[in-house]
Design a protein around this ligand. Structure first.
Ligand SMILES: C[S@@+](CC[C@H](N)C(=O)[O-])C[C@H]1O[C@@H](n2cnc3c(N)ncnc32)[C@H](O)[C@@H]1O
Length: 219
């Protein structure tokens, strides 16, 4: 492995796809090249172009999938809400709220959060107030979790919780938190077992928040 100004390169690998041989051996850390990400996302193109479709990457690395998903969602925001700065900003934050990740390694988690918030900030431009960046940071802090996707536990060993965000219009968001293991176990149960139930009877939030403005999302 060679190091050039802080960037590492492993012989035979693209420098952006591998950080070190050790990390490949320990964690299977090989990042997906952009062309392959784009090809894979094209398989679910209509979902990637919906602002409110929810994407969870359970081994998200630094966001090689999540960042292009957000790019596509923001393109949809621009074409549908670009005429109103108010709507554009609120729907852009909602697009970010619909992107989720789990990652074992803390440096990857930090990079993933930073890559998503940087894209969001570039999209809104410098005229957006600080409350938008604060809200974006608060969203990725809970949507991109450091943890073990196989055990569905976070870095403290607690059950991973994910917020389900909604945009209610007129600058108001809603948030309900769910346990990931609850969602996945119930979702994988046979349709027959649950077909008689309404969705609200199957999925029970562990916490429901009051409606929030962007300032309140930012805390
Ligand atoms: C093959 S890389 C893929 C990264 C990214 N999805 C991409 O395509 O560029 C796998 C990633 O999963 C992480 N990882 C490994 N085991 C994990 C686990 N049990 N839970 C969450 N993340 C894990 C690694 O740290 C690494 O960043």
């Amino acid at each position: 492995m060679a190091t050039f100004g802080g960037r590492r390169e492993v012989a035979g690998f693209d420098e952006h796809l591998v950080k070190s041989r050790q990390r490949v051996a320990d964690h299977g850390e090989v990042f997906t090249p952009r062309w392959l990400v784009d090809d894979m996302l094209d398989l679910v193109k209509s979902e990637t172009e919906r602002i409110d479709s929810r994407f969870l990457e359970p081994a998200c690395g630094s966001g090689n999938f999540l960042v292009p998903v957000l790019e596509r969602k923001l393109t949809a925001v621009q074409s549908r809400h670009g005429r109103s700065e108010f709507e554009k900003r609120h729907y852009a934050l909602f697009a970010l709220m619909c992107v989720y990740g789990i990652e074992l390694l803390p440096d990857n988690v930090a990079e993933c959060r930073a890559n998503l918030t940087a894209l969001f900030a570039r999209f809104l431009g410098p005229s957006a107030g600080h409350e938008w960046n604060r809200a974006a940071s608060a969203v990725v802090a809970v949507n991109v979790v450091q943890g073990d996707a196989l055990k569905m536990t976070d870095a403290r060993g607690d059950a991973i919780l994910f917020p389900e965000w909604g945009y209610l219009g007129r600058g108001r968001y809603q948030r309900r938190d769910f346990r990931l293991d609850d969602l996945t176990q119930r979702a994988s149960a046979s349709v027959g077992l649950f077909e008689a139930f309404e969705e609200h009877e199957i999925f029970t939030p562990v916490k429901t928040y009051s409606r929030m403005t962007v300032q309140e999302v930012g805390g």
